[in-house]
Design a protein around this ligand. Structure first.
Ligand code: NAD
Length: 303
């Protein structure tokens, strides 16, 4: 039987439609402030997509673009102002910050109740102690995909590869909260395949194109590929996607293709998998919108 594709784009559209209805029923307009420093093209694209998503859902957005030479103190003053503003429910500081700025101090200055990225230590602590809180967008998207696709987590062996604060650790905490038996693997793990071959649900977030191969996967496992990698070597494209005319066309046109951390040959032995693109990445902004509405409700004492 062929593996089921877990369509992140379709799930994200479903979530956005639900959120739009929720916003319309609120009786007030939630507000998101996005702070973008410098002119990194990738960050600018992300911010533009976030602002556009707000518009679609009826969320007010404020975009702040302070000068790239600002100091930590300057940015702390901006955060302090946003913390105090009644029209701002969520604050998002687009990372990475310029070198001279202390990222940790900035993230910790944010009110935990407005921290829609879920990176503040108070929210991290609440997540690991099973309290309701704002959780990081990409891991929240992973859990939504599993839930909406009817994939049972209770009692499942879940293996996460990657231990970043943004993806690996929070996704592990959420799987644990969802009653999975969780193993976290990383760059120093011995016999990685010994762990991955036990997984009913394998979440991969390392940033290495096609790293997980078919021999590392238990037949019938569910594969969640968080990685986003650009492959610009023709031989790699041919190796990962033999006979895939669509990818070959994209490569001819753009000189690269995007793929995840899991090799397509591994998808073939799974029961279900998230594609890249069109899988986990497609949900991230929808989950940011979800967090903004949640923050707005919590601040007004609504659940
Ligand atoms: P990171 O670089 O912060 O962390 C990578 C992790 O992988 C580390 O914990 C490291 O120990 C582990 N690792 C590296 N090599 C390994 C190996 N050979 N074996 C086992 N573990 C190994 O990366 P990150 O921020 O967590 O992002 C991971 C990937 O997810 C990247 O491709 C990134 O682009 C992608 N990502 C996607 C989204 C999204 O879909 N919106 C969001 C965030 C990150």
């Amino acid at each position: 039987m062929s593996a089921r594709v877990l369509d992140g784009t379709a799930i994200a559209a479903e979530i956005r439609a639900e959120l739009k209805e929720q916003v319309a029923a609120l009786g007030f307009t939630p507000g998101l402030a996005v702070v973008l420093i410098g002119d990194d093209p990738a960050s600018s694209i992300y911010v533009r997509s976030k602002v556009k998503a707000c518009e679609e859902l009826g969320i007010a957005s404020t975009e702040m673009r302070p000068d790239a030479n600002l100091t930590t103190e300057d940015l702390l003053a901006i955060i302090d102002d946003l913390n105090g503003r009644d029209d701002v429910d969520g604050i998002l500081v687009q990372l990475p910050l310029p070198k001279q700025v202390d990222t940790k101090r900035v993230l910790e200055a944010m009110l935990p109740s407005k921290d829609v990225d879920g990176f503040h230590p108070v929210n991290v602590g609440k997540l690991w102690t099973g309290q309701d809180c704002l959780t990081p967008c990409t891991p929240t998207g992973v859990i939504e995909i599993l839930r909406r696709s009817g994939i049972a987590t209770a009692g499942a062996e879940a293996v996460v590869i990657g231990r970043s604060d943004i993806v690996g650790k929070p996704v592990a905490a959420m799987l644990l909260q969802a009653n999975a038996t969780v193993t976290i693997c990383h760059g120093k793990t011995r016999d990685l395949a010994e762990h991955t071959r036990r997984a009913d649900i394998l979440v991969v977030a390392i940033g290495k194109a096609g790293f997980v191969t078919a021999d590392m996967v238990k037949p019938g496992a569910v594969l969640i590929d968080v990685g986003i990698n650009r492959v610009s070597d023709a031989a790699d494209v041919e190796r990962f996607f033999p006979g895939d005319t669509k990818r070959a066309e994209t490569f001819a046109k753009r000189g690269s293709v995007v793929m995840g951390d899991i090799a397509p040959e591994a998808f073939a032995v799974s029961s279900a998998y998230t594609p890249v693109p069109g899988g986990v990445g497609a949900l991230t902004i929808a989950m940011l919108m979800h967090n903004t509405i949640k923050a707005a409700k919590l601040r007004r004492g609504q659940q």
